[in-house]
Structure formats: C-alpha cells, structure tokens
Write a protein that binds this ligand. Structure first.
Ligand code: SF4
Ligand code: SF4
Length: 361
C-alpha cells in the first residue's frame, strides 16, 4: 500500500493556488509517536511511504527517523525543493522518485510561487545530480492561467542542466475558481487545448525522428493504455491502494483533504492496512463515462466534492477527453514504430510505482 505521510501541514512558501503557508498552530504538527506509526506500517507487507506536507523538508530530522525505522519500505518525496539540499545525501539517494514543484519558465514559476524560487529549485536539482542521485526526478507543475502549457512543458523538457527525467502537471481546478481564474473557458480553448495538441504531435515526431520518447507523464501511461487496451482504475490510487496519514494519525483517501469528513477512512491506531484497500471509489458520472476505462475517474476528491459545481466538473472532463483524443490520433504512428522494432510498448509503461504523479491533469 502507498501512504502519503504528512510530516507537517506547514509550508515555507505561500503559492498563489495553494496558500499552504497560511497553516499555523500546534495542529499542523505530527501528534503520534514513531512507535504508533510503526505498529500500523509493520502490518503492511509492502509499504511505500511518500513524504508529503505542507513542505516535508522543513521536518528533515523527522523524515530521517522514519526512513531509519522502516529500512525495507520504498520512499518517494514531493517537495518545493527550496531545502532539498539540506537532506543528507545518503538519505536523499534512498528516494525512488523525487517530485519537485516547478511550474515552467522562470516568470511563470516565480509569478505563482515567489520571486527567486525558479533559480533556487534548479540549483538544488543540480545539487541532487551532483551528489549522485540516480532515481527519477520529476518536474511537477501546477498549471493555471499564466501558464502556456506548450511553452512551459517544452521549457522544462529542454533544460539540460539540470535535466528532469519526467514532467508532470496538474490543472489548478480543485479549489474554488474564485480569484484563480478570470477566463478558464477562454484559456482552455485558446491556450491549453491547442498547446496539448501540439505537444502530442511533436512528442511522436521526436520518436520518429530520433527514437526518443520524452518523459511527458500524462502522455506515457495513457498511450500505454491505448496500445494495450488495458483498462485503468483511478490512476492516483486514492481510496484504492493509496492513502494519506494525516498529522493526527487519521487516515484519509487523499492528502489534500484532511478537513473533509468524507475522506477519513481510518486511523493508524485501530485500522489494519488491508481494511483500507478499495475502500472508496468514484461515483457517477465516471463509471458510465465513455472514457472511464482510460481516465479512471481523474480525481476522487473532485468526484466527491465538486467544488466547481456540476458544470465546472464537466468542463475539466472536456480537457481530459481532448487529451485522450489527441493521443488516440497518434496511436497509428506509435504502433508503426513499435512494429518496426524502433520502440517497445513497455517503454510507455510509467510509472514503475505510484510516485505521486496523478497522471490525469
Ligand atoms: S472524463 Fe470526467 S466523467 Fe469521464 S471518467 Fe474522467 S473524470 Fe469521470
Ligand atoms: S488526484 Fe484528486 S484524489 Fe487523487 S491524490 Fe490528487 S487530489 Fe487526491
């Protein structure tokens, strides 16, 4: 089972689309003991621990104690990377994947996140390479109205020093649209949709011309599903095999929703890991949707909560359907390359383990 371990609810940034830096007070910190946590985790035969916050790197000693206590667990990290270089190299190298928040070009990243963040993140990712980190470094973008998806993804893909192995993005469509968007519909129509189409076409062009499959996270597993016809369940795994351990020891289906009662499904004191499996699944309209087999339902939280209302939910679905449609169009070209032996189907099988990339933006 996969656990997002919330090391603190505090953050050292206060990004435009998140406001995590506003969390304060004693309730933001872990309230259970390491022994309490161990009694729960040790009942899981294959635990994966994903360090999460707030910002997990403001609690590095605690992170190290957890890593020491569970030597056989697999570890992932999601971080804004400002303090990444303060993790001792021996520990940082134990992460299977590190998801680093960066939103694309410098002015876009700094505009959302704070001045100077872009440069600091790149410096620390260079440090990560320098200390010999061999895992998967994923640039994780939050995408909002200032984003040009084509230019910002391209920018991150083209960086050479440091190089990111994969680029993933999430649309800023979970929380209230108020104040975040002035014209979501126009942005989707004029910027996002054409940008995705262009990225998808050029992604396959590059495969044809150079035999290179660029690490665009949402594209890889969707193309794999299209090639294999293997249906997918909710790709972020929430409620299925992926849970959050909140600072008070309650277990939730998703790390972002400790304050929503529906999302709490147990606690580390009384719940056995196996009781959690498949405890919550998406409701309609997903199971009846024509693309459910490949989308998987996008986001359990949005499916249950619908903070954008019914019509807002459908608008986001339209972006997903468009993405799937663009990739479907490219299937014959990809199949052709596989047929010629230039690529393998398995090249698209990403991620190896759920590393915190939700896959569907
Ligand atoms: S496109 Fe929308 S309705 Fe269809 S499965 Fe995905 S989230 Fe559900
Ligand atoms: S996609 Fe939705 S349900 Fe899944 S982890 Fe993200 S916010 Fe939670």
């Amino acid at each position: 089972m996969n656990y997002h371990l919330v090391l603190t609810r505090r953050c050292n940034l206060n990004c435009e689309y998140c406001h995590g830096g506003e969390e304060n007070g004693p309730d933001t910190e872990v309230q259970y003991s390491l022994d309490d946590l161990a009694r729960f985790i040790e009942r899981d035969s294959d635990p994966q621990i994903m360090m999460y916050g707030g910002e997990p790197t403001i609690r590095i000693p605690q992170m190290m104690r957890v890593m020491d206590r569970f030597p056989n667990a697999r570890f992932m990290l999601q971080t804004n990377a400002l303090r990444l270089n303060l993790i001792p190299p021996d520990y940082v190298k134990r992460f299977h994947s590190i998801l680093v928040s960066i939103d694309g070009r410098e002015h876009v990243t700094d505009g959302y996140r704070s001045r100077g963040v872009y440069r600091r993140v790149l410096e620390n990712v260079r440090w990560l390479r320098r200390v010999g980190y061999r895992g998967d470094i994923v640039a994780r973008m939050a995408v909002s109205e200032q984003t040009d998806i084509y230019l910002d993804v391209r920018h991150l893909l083209d960086l050479e020093d440091p190089r990111f192995d994969h680029i993933h993005w999430q649309l800023n469509v979970i929380w209230d649209a108020e104040g975040n968007w002035t014209d979501f519909d126009g942005w989707v129509r004029d910027s996002y949709v054409p940008g995705i189409s262009r990225l998808a076409t050029e992604w396959v062009d590059r495969m044809e011309e150079e035999g290179v499959i660029e690490g665009i996270v949402p594209f890889l597993p969707l193309m794999y599903s299209l090639l294999t016809h293997r249906p997918s369940r909710l790709r972020c795994g929430s409620g299925l095999d992926t849970f959050a351990i909140h600072v008070d020891g309650r277990i939730g289906v998703c790390p972002i929703s400790p304050d929503w009662d529906f999302s709490i499904v147990g606690d580390i004191y009384r719940t056995h890991p196996e009781e959690l499996r498949d405890i919550m699944t998406v409701d309609e309209p997903c199971p009846s949707c024509e693309v459910y087999w490949i989308c998987g339902g996008r986001c359990l939280f949005a499916n249950k909560q619908r903070l954008w209302g019914e019509s807002g939910f459908r608008k986001v679905c339209d972006t997903v359907k468009h993405l799937i449609c663009d990739l479907k169009r490219e299937v014959p070209r990809v199949r052709n390359l596989i047929g010629k032996g230039r690529l393998r189907k398995e090249d698209f099988n990403y991620p190896e383990y759920n590393n915190g990339c939700e896959i569907i933006p």
